[in-house]
Write a protein that binds this ligand. Structure first.
Ligand code: FES
Length: 134
């Protein structure tokens, strides 16, 4: 049987990777199994739970529904990429503090989802400061 692997370039958390993948490999499996970035979790693997959320050029996607080969030449951010200088991102810290009873599979995804939401809110919203309100 012919080897169907393809060279795939992925940019994840600011690092460029060149990997060989079958075209049918999901972005989630490429992140977890090939790049060993296991912070992105596999929950339902059907696009329903959001545990696999990553940011692609700042937009939230479910990595389990994405083919890795289609995400070349874009910036992918996983939960590992939210850290700043080996410290938790403020969203991670806040969620960690407030969701003590939450299941561990949810916390990384919620952090990435909120981070993406905050970035999109900053770029698409016009928030007037109280000083400019009538
Ligand atoms: S693993 Fe549940 S949405 Fe991707």
């Amino acid at each position: 049987m012919e080897n169907e692997n393809r060279a795939v370039s992925l940019s994840v958390n600011g690092t460029h990777y060149e990997v060989l993948l079958e075209p049918r490999v999901s972005l989630l499996d490429a992140l977890r199994e090939t790049l060993h970035l296991t912070g992105t979790k596999k929950g339902c693997n059907q696009g329903a739970c959001g545990a696999c959320t990553v940011l692609v050029n700042g937009t939230r996607i479910n990595a389990c529904l994405a083919l890795a080969i289609q995400y070349q030449d874009v910036e992918i951010i996983t939960i590992e990429g939210l850290r700043e200088n080996h410290h938790l991102h403020p969203l991670q810290q806040a969620l960690s503090n407030s969701m003590v009873f939450s299941v561990g599979i949810v916390l990384p995804a919620r952090s990435v989802q909120l981070s993406g939401w905050c970035k999109s809110f900053k770029t698409t919203s016009r928030v007037r400061s109280p000083k400019t309100l009538p």
